[in-house]
Design a protein around this ligand. Structure first.
Ligand code: MF3
Ligand code: CO
Length: 254
């Protein structure tokens, strides 16, 4: 369980996360190269004295995971310039004074298709539904079921291997939180525990995942777009406290 001191540090890390994501958002434009977004994430982290959580995590070589269109998660920033109509997921974690926060947003570039807009709205709605399902004494499966319900209702495909997780002193703490309900008993949600919920879903029906040569990149075999929204949530007796607040980053899909 996290101490009050840990929680304060995570709140601070969450503020830094939001500041950095705001800067990244301002660069999500037609023509911006993914390598440039990565460079800015590094620069803005250094400026604030925080460490990008992902760099070096199990050998991951970058500060950000940048996944475009049919790409799913864990994509290493590549030499690619954003085009009108693309959707891009920026997944980014901050490590500060021994604690991590983790979050992700999918943004549209220029004018995106109505279908893509529905995808963004729907996956974000799933994140909120999962968060609303959090209660001290509840179960992980409450979250999973709430997320799945929305994603299924919208007709999106769920990529089952990618799941949410406990977070704190380590980026991935023991508990994992699937985006689909699972039979049997799941861990109990306890006060002062933090979790990163990360619904990931795509258009199209095929949930086959293709892996890239670099051992990290993943994409949907269907070629259909995929979106992800993630935030770090502290479980408290008063309800969930979002530590990486996204609302101000997603005005375009509201
Ligand atoms: N939010 C992603 C996750 O929790 C971040 C992956 S970090 C990586 O899975 F280093 F593994 F790429
Ligand atoms: Co995560």
């Amino acid at each position: 369980m996290l101490t009050d001191n840990d929680i304060e540090k995570m709140r601070l890390a969450g503020q830094k996360w939001l500041e950095i994501m705001r800067v990244l958002k301002s660069h999500i434009q037609i023509g911006t190269n993914l390598k440039e977004i990565e460079r800015i994430a590094e620069q803005e982290s250094a400026k604030r004295g925080v460490i990008p959580s992902f760099k070096g995590y199990q050998g991951y070589p970058a500060a950000t995971c940048l996944s475009v269109n049919e790409e799913i998660v864990h994509c290493i920033p590549k030499d690619y310039a954003l085009k009108n109509g693309d959707i891009i997921t920026v997944d980014f974690g901050v490590y500060h004074q021994g604690l991590h926060v983790d979050g992700a947003v999918t943004w549209g570039v220029g004018e995106i298709s109505p279908r893509n807009k529905q995808l963004l709205k729907g996956v974000y709605a799933a994140l909120l539904a999962g968060t609303d399902a959090i209660k001290v004494g509840g179960r992980v499966n409450d979250i999973s079921t709430a997320i799945e319900k929305i994603l299924n209702a919208k007709g999106f495909v769920i990529f089952k291997p990618f799941v949410g997780h406990g977070i704190g002193h380590r980026l991935h703490e023991d508990i994992f939180i699937p985006n689909y309900s699972i039979p049997g008993s799941t861990p109990m949600l306890q006060a002062n525990m933090a979790v990163a919920l990360e619904p990931i879903a795509g258009l199209g029906e095929d949930d086959t995942i293709l892996e890239g040569d670099n051992g990290w990149d993943t994409k949907a075999k269907s070629g259909q777009p995929v979106a992800e929204f993630e935030h770090t949530v502290l479980i408290t007796p008063q309800g969930p406290e979002i530590m990486t607040p996204l609302e101000t980053l997603i005005d375009s899909i509201k």
